[in-house]
Design a protein around this ligand. Structure first.
Ligand code: ADP
Length: 212
């Protein structure tokens, strides 16, 4: 993965070009009080990365492609399968009590629920709180009774990119998405849970990209 970390001088060149475009390399060099030869590698990096545009006999323009665009390209190049975690899955018949225990033991905020091995629902911390406040017998009631059920589940495929996952998490105001593979069984489409992508995965990715 290539992340472009701009030097102070490269950032200064961008500012100069923004303010004076079109501007020749001689002019940039004189403003920075360096030789054109010194500037050559910086200008090469800035034009190759698409931040500046060079037009022969005219000079340099700011192309409008910011460093943020470069970061967004990187994020879009990363697939969900590169950042996802192992999913925590229970079957619909599991009691609410046992599902809460799994949530604690596995240290997750969301549990995916399956019926006959395929995704049927999602249950979060708040769902458990609500059901406990509601006074149900958590030892008897199955998790299938309190979960958010298909088709209202927001999912993602492992080949989707990290940006799409982040957008879905934000737009649907959820903490995590089940990563699913579609299976056809008995003429029906089912979803097999193969991972989970969470707000933490996205935050970790951002930290990694900034570190590099
Ligand atoms: P919490 O509110 O417990 O912090 P969430 O914000 O993830 O956790 O969950 C809010 C609600 O959305 C819960 O009722 C939960 O069942 C549901 N939910 C969580 N994840 C999904 C998802 N991927 N698709 C659909 N509903 C979800």
């Amino acid at each position: 993965m290539i992340i472009i970390e701009l030097s102070k001088r490269q950032q200064r060149i961008i500012e100069i070009v923004k303010e004076n475009e079109p501007i020749t390399s001689e002019h940039i060099a004189s403003l920075l009080e360096v030789t054109r030869a010194t500037l050559r590698p910086d200008l090469a990096i800035l034009t190759m990365s698409g931040i500046l545009d060079a037009r022969p006999k005219v000079g340099y323009f700011y192309s409008g492609k910011s460093e943020v665009n470069i970061l967004s390209k990187e994020v879009k190049a990363i697939k969900v399968c590169d950042i996802m975690s192992v999913p925590v899955v229970v079957s619909e018949e599991t009691s609410v009590y046992d599902a809460i225990v799994s949530m604690f033991l596995e240290d997750v905020g969301t549990i995916f629920v399956t019926s006959k091995g395929y995704l049927s629902g999602v249950v979060s911390r708040k769902d458990f709180l609500k059901s406990s406040i509601g006074g149900i017998d958590i030892n008897k009631v199955p998790v299938g009774m309190i979960m958010t059920r298909k088709p209202n589940i927001v999912t993602i495929s492992k080949d989707a990119n990290a940006y799409t996952a982040a957008i879905k998490i934000i737009e649907h105001e959820v903490d995590s998405l089940p990563v699913v593979e579609k299976h056809i069984a008995e003429g029906k489409e089912h979803m097999k849970v193969v991972g989970r992508v969470t707000k933490s995965n996205i935050t970790k990715l951002l930290v990694e990209l900034c570190k590099e």
